[in-house]
Design a binder for this molecule. Structure first.
Ligand code: AHG
Ligand code: MN
Ligand code: MN
Length: 326
């Protein structure tokens, strides 16, 4: 008998008020993801141009596409009037205050991989659920709650809109994968694990001339193959959607790298700590892998701003250690 997402959560989550709030929030986010997948499936039909630029830029300077904004609204709709005190989004300049007495903080990248929307390549929604630490509903105080190190996350995951609509989820006791089947998320017969060493690396190679010596040396060693230091032949893959690259690494092992580089505004990488790196790092560690900024474990880093960027290197432990020790 297939296990549904609701059944999985009922069985695995603690039955206290925070546990029940986390369960409810994940179910609400799954509803939002169904709506986002539906909007995406209509892309390109008359009056359904999801990849069109809205003319606005988000707090980080990325131009917003129609689906970025729609996905953000779907999440807000889904978690409003629940046990969530505040929502932090890649698409919002500041916090969105929700329930004054809410126990949880939600951070999200509503639509990851937006450059792929019009290419019918997988995109996704990444989320992180944190405990509320502060009773105050003052913006500064509640913003501090979003700046907890990732190790404090209660749950994280990502929905992926590809040939299948899927979810990879952790609530802190391993990782589970689900697929949308007849409007219901159902557990897959596959448990994401990163305990083996892979032979794939994922990096945007076109940026090589901007990388540090460390990143160049590492990739050169991968390219050296069986005769080189790592004594194995690597394959390279780069989807350009973090969710799709992460999924593949969960399936096949290997390493993902978005290091810092010398381009303007890339000195701390491209990916955002609280919306992208932390939720992925929690999944990776729960699957037995490692996620690092090249030196330090991502989950131990205390964020200093909600839109902070960070170099992100994750995957099989040995591959990530090889990079760190480079
Ligand atoms: P977003 O669409 O949320 O801005 O994220 C895009 C990210 C991530 O999905 C991907 O790994 C990376 O940007 C791709 O960056 P490049 O275009 O620099 O390769
Ligand atoms: Mn993203
Ligand atoms: Mn995004």
């Amino acid at each position: 008998m297939n296990t549904t997402l609701a059944q999985y959560l009922s069985r695995s989550i603690e039955r206290n008020s925070v546990g029940l709030a986390v369960k409810d929030t994940i179910i609400c986010l799954s509803q939002a993801s169904k709506n986002i997948a539906h909007f995406l499936s209509k892309n390109g039909l008359l009056n359904n141009e999801m990849g069109i630029q809205t003319g606005d830029v988000n707090a980080d300077g990325d131009s917003q596409k129609a689906l970025d904004v729609i996905a953000d609204h779907e999440i807000i709709k889904a978690i409003a009037n629940k046990d969530v005190a505040a929502y932090f989004s890649e698409e919002q300049d500041t916090v969105l205050l929700l329930e004054q007495k809410g126990n949880l903080i939600v951070c999200a990248d509503p639509l990851d991989g937006s450059s792929n929307i019009d290419n019918n390549i997988s995109v996704g929604t990444i989320f992180s659920i944190l405990p509320r630490k502060n009773d105050s509903f003052e913006i500064d105080h509640i913003t501090n709650d979003a700046l907890q190190p990732g190790v404090n996350q209660l749950a994280s995951g990502f929905f992926m809109y590809g040939p299948q609509t899927t979810l990879i989820l952790t609530i802190g006791n391993g990782v589970a994968a689900f697929v949308l089947d007849n409007d219901e998320f159902v557990r897959m017969d596959w448990e994401p694990k990163l305990t083996h060493n892979g032979n794939q690396f994922a990096i945007n190679m076109s940026n090589m001339r901007f990388w540090s010596q460390k990143a160049r040396d590492y990739i050169h060693k991968c390219l050296d193959g069986e005769e080189g230091t790592f004594a194995k032949n690597y394959n390279m893959r780069w989807c350009g959607s973090l969710v799709a690259d992460a999924w593949r690494i969960f399936r096949e092992g290997g390493i993902f790298l978005y290091p810092e580089d010398s381009r303007k505004n890339y000195d701390t990488g491209r990916l955002r700590l609280i919306y992208e790196a932390n939720p992925i790092a929690f999944l990776v560690e729960q699957a037995g892998g490692r996620a690092s900024n090249g030196k330090t474990e991502i989950l131990s880093i205390k964020p200093n701003a909600i839109h902070q960027r960070i170099p992100l290197i994750f995957g099989s432990k040995k591959d990530v250690a090889n990079y760190e020790n480079q």
